[in-house]
Design a protein around this ligand. Structure first.
Ligand SMILES: [Zn+2]
Length: 452
């Protein structure tokens, strides 16, 4: 006979499957959730929680009660709606990256962050569920509008609490400043505790008591989010109105690369091809600033003359100094480049080139981008220049901690574009300046969100 915990796990796996059939656009992300095991007894709320690595922990009594089942044959899919809501709730926390967004908020009042992240999730889910589990927090509990961001709710709730405290302070004379814990308790009586994957921002102590599998790394999570965002927009295009509006907005924002590759590539391709056709072109014509309004300049070559003959090579820095988030961002930029030119040759490079491959979609790189050693982007650029045919544009995505080739070694028919990745905006801008000092004109900053 199956024990309680095994039965609860089986129920949750069933729930996950039901969600995948009902919301196919969420399938890749639901698939990535690991339904693992029991919450430790020390967890303050014995329901369901998710870690930042997409691992779901549960209290089996709670799961069985929600499902109204004591053995497997009792399970009826119509009784699993509340658990569907709950599992999707946990998924939304990791999909929307509440863990990293909490870190980005800085020094947060944890209890308010937990409520705010739940507000973002629940307002979205309540728009697709006609019933929802009892006791969940919603923006309307605090007279706040639905479909806003976690950050918006956090700010509003913080103000709300300050006001409350001010009033109470005046009414009762001397008032001690409450700890974050006490402040939050007045908001939700401790109901919101979804684990380190939610607005907690750090791994709660009780999570460390369970031995957990590795789960989903931040780089893989980024790939899953990209894929999910893409599917959401595709799904919505086919069946208008079936995806919650805030989720569509999330997907649109998510897929937005940091760099406007369309205009940048247009200028680079035109420049490279123009100098090729003109022979020894004047430097100012060969390398216009990307801010130049190409159409208003009295130049000889117009973009229409060369499109769509762009052949592009992308060198990706995979050295040890590149963080998971930086790599994920590089892949996001690569996706945007592919949207413009259809196919590119990717060269992954640390101290030496370790992969040269032509791709049509980023997914083709899955599991193939390796590295982790020192850095020498000169090797990557050299490999790009030796391709047959020679590309018009070579884009290098790097954190900039590398030696640079000399611009005089680059043939005039090739434009090299440097994309400088980094978490610290000031660092990135300083590095952009350095690359320009070397003599390259096309250097773009690519700030990367989130931690290392
Ligand atoms: Zn939650």
């Amino acid at each position: 006979m199956m024990d309680k915990s095994q039965l609860a796990k089986k129920i949750l796996l069933n729930v996950r499957y039901l969600c995948m059939t009902k919301y196919p656009y969420l399938a890749p992300s639901l698939q990535a959730l690991t339904i693992w095991g029991e919450l430790p007894k020390s967890a303050p709320v014995q329901t369901v929680a998710v870690t930042k690595d997409w691992i779901v922990l549960y209290n089996s009594d709670f799961v069985l009660e929600m499902a109204g089942a004591t053995n497997f044959s009792d399970i009826r899919s119509e009784n699993l709606t509340n658990l569907e809501f709950i599992l999707l709730h946990e998924l939304h926390h990791v999909l929307r990256n509440h863990h990293v967004r909490t870190i980005a908020l800085g020094d947060v009042v944890e209890e308010i962050a937990l409520v705010a992240s739940d507000c973002e999730v629940n307002s979205s889910l309540c728009s697709i569920f006609s019933h929802h589990p009892d006791g969940i927090v919603r923006p309307k509990d605090f007279s706040l509008p639905d479909f806003h961001s976690y950050e918006f709710y956090y700010e509003q709730l913080l103000n709300h609490l300050r006001l409350q405290r001010g009033r109470r302070g005046r009414g009762q004379g001397q008032q001690q400043e409450g700890s974050g814990q006490q402040q939050g308790e007045t908001l939700h009586e401790g109901r919101c505790r979804c684990g380190g994957g939610s607005g907690a921002g750090k791994t709660p102590a009780w999570e460390k008591e369970v031995s957990l599998p590795p789960g989903v790394s931040e780089a893989r999570a980024e790939a899953i989010r990209q894929e999910t965002a893409r599917r959401i927009l595709e799904w919505e295009q086919k069946r208008q109105g079936s995806v919650p509006s805030d989720l569509i907005r999330w997907a649109e924002q998510y897929l937005q690369p940091r760099v406007d590759w369309r205009s940048l590539l247009r200028v680079a391709v035109v420049t490279a091809t123009a100098s090729h056709r003109l022979g020894k072109a004047d430097y100012t014509y060969r390398r216009p600033s990307r801010r130049t309004d190409w159409y208003s300049q009295p130049v000889i070559v117009r973009p229409g003359m060369v499109e769509p003959e762009a052949s592009v090579a992308v060198v990706i820095d995979t050295s040890g100094s590149i963080s998971d988030n930086e790599l994920a961002q590089a892949l996001s930029e690569l996706r945007a480049i592919l949207q413009e030119v259809g196919s590119v040759v990717v060269i992954s490079c640390d101290a030496a080139v370790n992969l040269v491959t032509k791709i049509f979609s980023v997914e083709e790189l899955r599991g193939r981008v390796k590295g982790g050693g020192g850095t020498d982007m000169r090797e990557g650029v050299k490999a790009a220049l030796s391709l047959k045919p020679t590309p018009n544009v070579v884009i290098v995505l790097t954190d900039g901690y590398t030696d640079f080739p000399s611009p005089s070694e680059i043939p005039s028919s090739v434009e090299v574009v440097w994309g400088i990745l980094g978490r610290d905006v000031m660092d990135v801008l300083r590095m952009v300046g350095e690359v320009k000092q070397v003599g390259f004109r096309n250097v773009v900053p690519i700030p990367v969100k989130g931690g290392d």
